[in-house]
Design a protein around this ligand. Structure first.
Ligand code: IMP
Length: 428
């Protein structure tokens, strides 16, 4: 298969960055297709750690990287991330990075609104506070400023007026000061040339690349359970995070996504508010959080931790058309005497095999667990299947059975090379 789409199959933070970095070796171009700088992708290469939020993880390997139209772009953050990577020796040039000229911008007014709403606890979601939701609201409200507008002062002025007319009453309602349109225009004009050097019709470039046989790696952000349609709404992000979005968020069309690789953590975590049936509040939960270093890359918040939920991932396999999974952080389970896997739920006196859509039903689910023996040896840094303890192999095989998808890759530490390849997504 020529293209591969990597998506998070749970609530994000499954370790997509490492896998995308590893797979980008086999690809010609890496594309982000949704979300914004709410993502936190950590790549560990030798003794260097790279933290990316907006740039596709392929940039670290020097691969052509595209920020697609489905992404919301904070231009100031974009320039900051480019500068930080430059300080680490990764030079980003317009030959390496392309930003879709029809992507919508995140402005300071979006961040203000996001943070003020969270602070006022109006439907507190536990967002990253980076303005993602309000920026998507303006996109679908047809009043957003897009990258291409930065080249057109007249369009920019008119759009700022339109945008501020919408935001002014919202800001007043939340006790935020009015925004001076001239100041916003000046701020945007000041950075416009530095952003526009990367701007191109990304769909056209992708079309040309694919026609000449180039291999595309799509890099999802967040996870399927945070999808605005399919996730635990309203405790979700504001974009479609499922694999199908790779087509619309890049402009490559429905054949684009290719092999869908779901990234799956060997247990479950989530940040922010919302239902989490297998959440643990005991010593095991603490073990997962501490050993797994479950702290958000973007916000520094502790992640909530719980047992592996096979029902959720089974749902994710269906929603995303997952062909195979990459299982990450198995080593975090090293040393736990007993492991539990959730196979479905009980809702009142009903048995249910999937996450229902209603919020009340979601919060009342009681997980049904299957117990398995843990292992005393270590799986950390294993580079071959036969290095794994027998009980660890059994755990992985049971996961495959329950979710209905095979393990294509196994990641055994944050290091790039601690990865066991079972089947190559680019050739499957
Ligand atoms: P937003 O995307 O900042 O609007 O946040 C909405 C929800 O998505 C919150 O629960 C966030 O914690 C969650 N979220 C956003 N980005 C990520 C991510 O990269 N990993 C995990 N959770 C995320």
């Amino acid at each position: 298969m020529a293209n591969v789409t990597v998506i998070g199959a749970q609530w994000g933070d499954e370790g997509k960055g490492k896998l995308v970095d590893w797979l980008s070796n086999r690809a010609d171009v890496v594309v982000r297709f949704q979300g914004g700088h709410n993502a936190g992708h950590t790549l560990v290469v030798g003794n260097q750690t790279y933290k990316l939020s907006l740039l596709p993880s392929g940039v670290v390997q020097g691969k052509l990287s595209i920020i697609g139209n489905g992404v919301v772009v904070d231009p100031w953050h974009l320039l900051k991330e480019i500068a930080t990577l430059g300080d680490q020796g990764v030079m980003i040039t317009p030959d390496l990075l392309v930003v879709a000229d029809n992507a919508c911008l995140i402005l300071p007014i979006h961040r203000d609104l996001d943070q003020a709403r969270e602070a006022a606890a109006l439907n507190k979601i536990g967002t990253t506070g980076r303005g993602i939701g309000p920026a998507y609201e303006d996109k679908v409200g047809r009043r957003a400023i897009r990258v291409a507008d930065l080249a057109d002062r007249e369009a920019l002025e008119a759009k700022i007026d339109r945008l501020l007319a919408h935001h002014a009453p919202l800001r007043r309602g939340l006790g935020l000061p009015d925004v001076d349109p001239a100041a916003l225009l000046a701020e945007l004009e000041a950075i416009a040339p530095r952003v526009l050097v990367y701007a191109r019709p990304a769909w056209l470039l992708l079309d040309e690349l694919v026609k000449t046989g180039k291999r595309v790696l799509f890099e999802g952000a967040q996870g399927a359970l945070l999808d605005v349609d399919h996730g635990t709404y309203p405790y979700v992000t504001s974009s479609n995070t499922v694999a199908g979005q790779a087509a619309a968020g890049s402009g490559l069309g429905p054949k684009g996504p290719g092999y869908v690789l779901g990234i799956v953590k060997a247990y479950t975590t989530r940040v922010g508010e919302g239902p989490f049936p297998t959440e643990l509040f005991d010593a095991v939960g603490e073990h997962l959080g501490t050993v797994g270093r479950e702290v958000g890359t973007v916000t520094g918040r502790s992640r909530r931790c719980g047992w592996f939920d096979a029902a959720l991932v089974r749902q994710s396999v269906a929603l995303n058309g997952i062909a195979g999974i990459a299982l990450t952080k198995l080593d975090v389970l090293d040393g736990l005497p007993t492991l539990k896997i959730c196979t479905g739920y009980r809702l009142g006196d009903q048995e249910i095999s999937y996450l229902p859509s209603g919020l009340k039903a979601q919060s009342q689910l009681v997980p049904v667990y299957e117990e398995m023996e843990g292992w005393s040896g270590t799986t950390q840094g294993a580079r071959s299947w036969k290095d794994l303890p027998a009980s660890a192999v059994k755990y992985v095989r049971r996961i495959e059975e329950l979710i209905g998808a095979p393990v294509a890759l196994l990641s055994t530490s944050p290091q790039r090379d601690d990865t066991i390849l079972m089947r190559d997504p680019f050739h499957d």
